[in-house]
Design a binder for this molecule. Sequence first.
Ligand code: EPZ
Length: 417
Amino acid sequence: MDKLVIKGGVPLKGEITISAAKNSILPIIAASILSGDKCIINNAPTLEDVYVICDLLSSMNTKVSFNDNNIYIDTSGILSTDEPDGDLVRKMRASFLIMGPMLSRFGKVKISLPGGCNIGTRPIDLHLKGFRALGANIDLGYGYVEAKAEKLKGNNIYLDFPSVGATENIMMAAVLAEGETIIENAAEEPEIKDLANFLIQMGANIQGAGSDTIRITGVKNLHGVSYTPIFDRIEAGTYMIAAAITNSKVKISGVEEEYLRPVIAKLIESGASLEIGEKFIIVNGHNGLRAMDIKTMPYPGFPTDMQAQIMSLACLSKGTSIITETVFENRFMHAGELKRMGANIKIDGRCAIIEGVKSLSGCNVKATDLRAGAALILAALCADGVTTINDIYHIDRGYVSIEEKFKKLGANIERIK
Ligand code: EPZ
């Protein structure tokens, strides 16, 4: 199992370019099923999760090939009888996003239940509520779910929680349905709008994506497209915090301020100075960053996917920070690993109370999930001594060549095979 060895205390400098968004690419690859045609996804990041969803499509008679960061997908060969590989669906929750497109294109689909993961039980009730509202019969079996519909018909669907995955799955099920579908209390994340733009280019009729009400008018069919997803706002936020936590000046390129507002606001509140340009942000960290309170919320609130990373910053900020995690029920596992490094953190239910300390000490830690792993890298970059991070396969799921990008910024970081 690979590990990362990081010698802390080395300031960062220079510029990095942000890759395309993992959480856009995964639903977009799933959506290519709807076209039954050829699609090209440009500037695709070589992420473990991208390979998993491509393997899943390949297991269903899809031709997938990679060529200098582009993914070529031909879903013409998928059969209505194709069942997604259960192990792959359980390996990565986002695989469940192929349910909507398969139901939409073939009127039936049987798929393994995605299962929970470290950060929470991650139910699928809202996905199924949407499919039922569109006229599908749902059979929830032991370890699998099957959906069937003669013809999906548009309907009004209210989401009890603005679930990203449920919004995406229902949108993909509605684009070929008869009539109009309105999704209320929809997720507003930028990746929803990105998926909608991909579907619109394929010929779908969607209004309001990116707001809390999405209106979809079914069309007869969709065609293949070539598409470039938006930048990864979570990768960008991670490097912004890397600059702040190491008291460095770093230029983060290929980004849009619009999707980074919550992280920008919090870094400014902590005392970091930022220069915001056309397609870049320069973060200037310096000593004496102040404590801040964070409450994770659905977009446009502070992203839950940035909670672990900003907790690392809070560990070294002057004063007491309170972080409230409102989206997932078990997303503080990184706190235990940060405490091994000398952090002063108390967990009380959904709240973490962090007393800033003067410094952290390098030691042996392990990544417990994707963003927790990223948080440990940030802590290790400014810790005294050497930190070894184990189980870094979690990190490879969501960050392209993370050690190469940090090395380019001057960090003392090595991947040990
Ligand atoms: C997406 O997961 C992201 N993954 C997650 O990013 C992200 O943390 C999450 O949205 C929230 O922003 C991808 O886009 C591939 P949700 P998703 O459905 O769709 C509850 C990362 O680090 N819920 O919005 O699974 C659920 O329990 C990953 O990149 C229901 O109750 O998230 C949770 O509390 C981690 N019923 C909340 O909604 C449902 O049917 C948010 O889940 C579905 C969800």
